[in-house]
Design a protein. Structure first.
Length: 71
């Protein structure tokens, strides 16, 4: 499962989803899905989003394996 801190960083920066989308040349819907963890970004998109906030990709995204019982 992909976990992301994009919403936290976006809100801290005072950006709307549409503004972030414009900065990274993506659709607002893509940002919505990224924030909810329903979309796995390309490496380029992940790096572009991280660049907007001047953080590493690892600070924004983490991948957690779910165990057999959702753990």
């Amino acid at each position: 499962m992909l976990k992301t801190r994009i919403k936290e960083y976006r809100e801290r920066a005072g950006l709307k989803q549409s503004e972030l989308a414009e900065l990274v040349h993506a659709r607002r819907e893509t940002i919505v899905h990224l924030e909810s963890g329903k979309y796995n970004p390309s490496l380029k998109l992940a790096m572009d989003v991280a660049g907007v906030f001047h953080v590493t990709v690892e600070e924004l995204f983490s991948f957690c394996e779910e165990g057999p019982q959702g753990l």
